[in-house]
Design a protein around this ligand. Structure first.
Ligand code: ZN
Length: 465
């Protein structure tokens, strides 16, 4: 056994350091078929133990990758055989909920749904919501600045974190557990650890901002006959609903048809003849107001048809249809994307992507849906086969058109290893160099989640420690 593992075991105890089959039998991620390849998995029970583990790893130049719920989609938590994973799974306590301050103090291994449920039990709400809610952890949400279904109203994870505690590469604990909404006393250091995919520090605890629970939720599915009408419909509803619009999810026909045709569990609530559909939701808005706004939209020819959920069961069914993304995977291998662009660029962008794909491949299944209210589209592409070369070709068809319109290769999933070759489409050389400067300042040996997002040295290979 290597010296670093022996020292970790001697200091933290056997049950804190898994090795051998206990490591290799674990899944590398809920979307993956492979298992964890790493020297060990460290499972600390406290911030102090995270600090101790990192201090030891730092002294031995041991590379460390933080693990949350492993629901990521961009290979941001993948480990190499010579790396060590540090799982926050045993730091899963909700430490405090204050309904007057509307804050919750959590350890970073708490599952998102547990945070939502605890807030709900006090008639409050933690607005972050996404399909992986039952598996993803708040630490993972923070490290990727997760978005999800309600960003149009409540913002991303960044907007819901008041303070946090993180451990730096050398074991230093940075406690920045601010509990106030406003605090401009110098640099807002928590931002260094939000959305940086565990490359600058490991988040151990956080202070979350809670909101009042809305009195009701009104959910509607509409159909439209032209993309050009959707931005006007979004603007109309946002205005008419007085700031209560909390989701605006667009679905292109191919996606809608796929999730409403057997073996998918949903039946089509509106006929499959329209080119576009939108699932929208208002929180805390009178149903009559929503109905009146829809009638007006219909009269203005912004929409062709609408179905309003009449019960909680129907509401769940509509979301169940939208969330049944796995249906896109049923007809062969696919590659999933997550891009951001201005709403005004969307129609032209999709046309450009489709023409590039049609030129490159004989068969092409293009499923498009996403958080249109946030300018975020998900594309799932199938071309009948899969290889590294096919992947590269599909990736460049999706990513290259973003360059000219100032779009982003990652709206909410992060960069990890998967999008690293395309970071320069969305970030300038100066921006990437500043990211490297921050990385070198906080983690000079480059032991934290090495090789993710960008390479430490321009041109590829990691800089020597
Ligand atoms: Zn999404």
């Amino acid at each position: 056994m290597s010296q670093v593992l022996q020292e970790l075991i001697d200091t933290l105890g056997d049950d804190c350091v898994l090795t051998g089959d206990d490591v290799h039998s674990r899944s590398a991620g809920i979307w993956r078929r492979d298992t964890v390849q790493a020297k060990a998995i460290i499972r600390p029970r406290s911030t102090q133990e995270v600090s101790t583990a990192l201090r030891i790893c730092h002294a031995h130049d041991q590379k460390v990758v933080a693990h949350g719920g492993l629901t990521g989609l961009v290979e941001s938590a993948i480990t190499q055989p010579d790396e060590v994973a540090l799982s926050l799974e045993r730091m899963n306590q909700i430490e405090e909920l204050n309904s007057v301050d509307r804050t919750m103090v959590v350890q970073s291994g708490v599952v998102l749904q547990a945070v939502q449920d605890a807030a709900d039990a006090q008639d409050l709400m933690f607005p972050l919501d996404l399909g992986g809610r039952g598996s993803c952890t708040i630490g993972g949400n923070i490290s990727t600045n997760a978005g999800g279904n309600r960003v149009v109203r409540y913002g991303m994870t960044r907007d819901m974190v008041l303070g946090l505690e993180a451990v730096l590469a050398d074991g230093t604990v940075v406690s920045s557990m601010n509990r106030m909404i406003k605090n401009n006393a110098g640099y807002d250091l928590k931002q260094l650890f939000i959305g940086t995919e565990g490359t600058l520090g490991i988040v151990t605890r956080a202070v979350l901002r809670l909101r009042e629970k809305p009195l009701n939720q009104v959910t509607v599915l509409v159909a439209s006959d032209a993309f050009v009408k959707l931005p006007g419909f979004l603007k109309h509803m946002d205005q008419a609903l007085g700031g209560t619009l909390s989701a605006f999810e667009a679905m292109w026909n191919r996606f809608y048809t796929q999730v409403t045709t057997a073996p998918a569990r949903s039946q089509p609530p509106i006929s499959q003849e329209y080119p576009y559909y939108v699932l929208l939701e208002a929180m805390g808005c009178d149903e009559g107001v929503v109905e009146a706004a829809l009638t007006e939209a219909y009269e203005k020819d912004l929409i062709c048809d609408a179905v309003l959920a009449q019960s909680e069961g129907q509401r769940q069914q509509l979301w169940g249809m939208r969330d049944d993304v796995e249906q896109c995977f049923r007809d062969g291998p696919t590659i999933a994307f997550d891009v951001s662009l201005r709403i005004s660029d969307m129609e032209g962008y999709v046309a450009e992507v489709e023409s590039r794909l049609a030129e490159a491949f004989e068969r092409c299944d293009v499923y498009i849906f996403g958080h249109m209210g946030d300018g975020n589209l998900h594309l799932v592409i199938g071309v009948g086969a899969y290889s590294k070369e096919i992947r590269r070709k599909v990736e460049s068809s999706i990513y290259e058109p973003l360059r000219a319109i100032g779009g982003s290769v990652s709206a909410e999933h992060g960069v990890g290893l998967e999008k690293k070759p395309y970071l320069d489409i969305s970030r300038s050389t100066v921006e990437i160099e500043l990211m490297r400067t921050l990385k070198r300042a906080l983690d000079p040996k480059g032991i934290l989640n090495p090789g993710k997002i960008f390479d430490l040295a321009p041109g590829g290979a990691e800089a020597a420690a």
